[in-house]
Design a protein around this ligand. Sequence first.
Ligand code: URA
Length: 252
Amino acid sequence: MREEDYTTIKAKVLKCSFCRLSETRKNAVPGEGDTNAHVMIIGQAPGREEDKYGKMFIGPSGKVLDNLFSDLDLHRQDFYMTNMLKCFLPHSRKPRSDEIDVCSSIYLSKEIELINPEIIISLGYHVTKFFLRDYDLKVPSRDNFSNLFGQLIVANNRKLLPLRHPATVVHQSAKYETLLSNYKKINIVERDCKWFTVCPIKRFYEEGKIPKYWIDRYCKGDWESCRRFQLEEANIYHPDNMLPDGSIVYNL
Ligand code: URA
């Protein structure tokens, strides 16, 4: 990470006047946390408290996030956190596409390039939709969208983990327990599968027989959803040529 480039982005965010949001904000809010982190958490935009003090996630959503982190033994300082938009949305309205285009192309894309996280966690509908579009992936209808939360997506040489936004608890459109089970995935994707070193999937990949996708998506990603892992844990026989999604390949 080039520290001077990062400092430049921060300074630019604080003085930014590229869109109409600069006219109504009190403080632009730059990203915070470990710039060497391999997990980057991306919120939508600062809320009222964040706007007042210029700090990330210190309002009601931040309190929910702190409770989730404390319940899961996660620590803010181990992550890099930023927002898709660096300025408060007046009356907490939805972000507009021109605001997303300008802000993300100038700041968010640069932060991702410099920090180069292994895993991007997108919080909520608008941020997740932004990444799906950016990665040329299908955007599900609003009714089906919530199925994506907690599902690891491997695309564009990155791992994207969409999670529900903590504000859904504040606005009571989701229960805290629903969020907690969602956020448990952070602890999963941060570790490799405990069976990885002895798993035939590792060998098949090293022999060039299967693409890296399987390793990224399951062995070093969401191994909890790997069919092989589940059968191994349940002590149920599964053949070597079973892929992590449960499909059988005959030419391995
Ligand atoms: N909501 C967000 O998405 N980001 C913040 O920083 C605060 C609230």
